[in-house]
Design a protein around this ligand. Structure first.
Ligand code: NAD
Ligand code: MN
Length: 491
């Protein structure tokens, strides 16, 4: 924001009077210089003898060296998980619950440390890792601890039987939280796990391994193998996997589905999205503006259910656009470790390039761009909050998942047109509806082909509430009772 001069002399002495002082989070992150693989309860060197760097997107500095797992390492992890499966699955649910409760409490004890590590490694604002990612990860362990001894009540009259070893591959946008979404239900239902974090964000998973050790979790129940797509492919294609749970891009999800066809392995996929956030003219507009901002700028827009397509009723489009522009000016983009930062660093150079390419396509296809003036840090990967108006359905920015802080604004006249435009996508993960009318909320939520429909709010999550997609956003549910059923067979 350009400086507003109240007192030029004071400004000379103290700089821009309208700027906050830097307020970096000060808790130490305790990141090791090098991490091995976590197999059978211990950290071991990779058989490949190879390591790769994990850098901080905040300033491009190297944080740690991460082991690169090859096929033999992945196999060792599966062998450990297979050996651990028998005793773990035979353990009474009440005993498994104790481990899950212990894990949840240990994570809470170390919450600040984990929040800082998550922010350093992935680039998300500290206020989000501190107030959302880490507490929600602990909440998922608490919630599933509660289920572990009540599995006979999930579907009364039937018994949930665990599947075996679960192979899990997760993305970089919510590293610790996606780990919790995957591990907590798998363990509660009596399965064992081989999990691969994303290559840019392995650190909190490896720190989490020390929590598993402190909780006394039996060796082999959870194993972490690190690496990129090749390691992921080895996890997905290992013959000992009874089920694969994947969260990431639709392209990789499709490849996994092809590879697994005919193998008898169970599969759940949580893929991309291009959510419509729909605002009717009777909505509480200021509340809607906050919801729109949160819907697209939360976690720099690296959110599969981000409200990246704003559909506004034509009569209020101008008003909403001008309110959004004003609100955008107050967003603070910069150092994610600063407690005042709203928009942190883009997770990787590759993701920044993808965002830049799609924004360039938006401009060349004729949409109108708005970005507030802001100074971005010199080092690291940053992108300013961006609005596109005059967007039409055929524009790439209206069809493709940008996975960045970029909102495309489209308009509609009637509820029917809103539904048609909202559903006109390959995806179907989430949607939002803003209106004063309860009946309209119910009608819209039935007609929108999306796994989650938020009403007069956006991006709200709870472990009790199942999450998952329609169409190319994937299948299977995570959270709630439905999530448990995806980790068991019914007898
Ligand atoms: P990706 O699908 O390539 O990566 C996700 C995970 O899959 C990572 O752990 C990766 O190492 C692993 N992986 C990659 N190739 C694999 C393979 N052949 N077999 C098994 N595992 C493999 O996603 P990305 O390249 O990091 O991001 C690209 C796009 O994906 C983003 O722009 C976004 O649109 C989407 N995405 C969606 C989510 C989500 O939560 N749904 C998360 C991250 C990215
Ligand atoms: Mn990193």
């Amino acid at each position: 924001m350009p400086a507003k001069k109240i007192n030029p002399a004071r400004e000379l002495l103290f700089g821009n009077l309208w700027e906050y002082d830097p307020a970096p989070e000060s808790a130490p992150a305790f990141i090791d210089n090098r991490y091995g693989l976590f197999i059978n309860g211990k950290f071991v060197a990779p058989k490949t003898k190879k390591y790769f760097d994990s850098i901080s997107p905040r300033n491009e500095e190297k944080l740690s060296e991460i082991a690169l797992a090859g096929a033999a390492d992945v196999d060792a992890a599966y062998q450990a998980a297979a050996t651990a499966f028998k005793p773990w699955s035979k353990l009474p649910g009440i005993e498994r619950a104790k481990y899950l409760f212990r894990i949840a409490r240990l994570l809470q004890d170390r919450a600040r440390e984990f929040a800082v590590a998550e922010t350093l490694d992935g680039g998300k604002p500290i206020k989000e890792s501190r107030d959302f990612d880490v507490p929600m990860a602990a909440a998922h362990f608490f919630y599933h601890a509660g289920w572990a001894d009540k599995l006979d009540h999930v579907t009364p009259g039937r018994t949930l039987v665990p599947l075996g070893v679960i192979g899990q591959v997760i993305p970089w946008n919510f590293p610790l939280l996606m780990l919790a979404w995957k591990i907590a239900p798998a363990l509660a239902t009596g399965n064992t796990v081989v999990l691969k974090p994303a290559e840019t964000t392995s650190i909190t998973a490896l720190k989490f391994a020390s929590i598993l050790q402190d909780a006394g979790l039996p060796p082999g129940v959870v194993n972490f193998v690190t690496g990129a797509g090749e390691t992921g492919s080895a996890v997905v294609n290992h013959p000992l996997a009874a089920k694969i749970a994947f969260t990431g891009s639709t392209a990789v999800g499709k490849a996994i589905q092809r590879a697994l066809a005919g193998t008898g392995k169970r599969l759940t996929l949580e893929l991309g999205g291009k959510a419509a956030n729909i605002v009717f003219d009777d909505a509480p507009l200021d509340q809607a503006v906050e919801g729109i901002i949160n819907g697209i700028f939360f976690n720099q827009g690296h959110v599969c259910c981000a409200g990246s397509r704003l559909l506004v009723q034509e009569s209020i489009a101008e008003t909403i656009l001008s309110k959004l522009k004003i609100r955008l000016k107050t967003l603070r983009t910069g150092d994610p470790l600063d407690k005042n930062t709203d928009i942190g660093a883009i997770n990787s150079k590759a993701q920044l390039t993808r965002i830049q390419d799609l924004v360039a396509a938006g401009i060349s296809e004729g949409a109108e761009i708005y970005q507030p003036a802001c100074t971005l840090p010199k080092n690291g990967f940053y992108f300013p909050p961006t609005l596109f108006s005059n967007v039409s359905q055929s524009h790439r920015i209206a069809r493709e998942e940008i996975f960045g802080p970029v909102l495309s604004i489209l308009t509609f006249r009637t509820p029917e047109e809103a539904v048609e435009k909202a559903n006109n996508t390959h995806y179907g993960l989430s949607a939002g509806v803003w209106t004063d009318k309860g009946s309209r909320i119910l009608k819209m939520s039935t007609e929108l082909k999306a796994g989650v429909v938020w009403a007069n709010t956006f991006n709200k999550f709870d472990p009790t509430s199942p999450f998952g997609g329609y169409k190319e956003s994937g299948f299977g549910r995570e959270g709630g009772k439905q999530g448990l059923l995806d980790y068991a067979t019914l007898h």
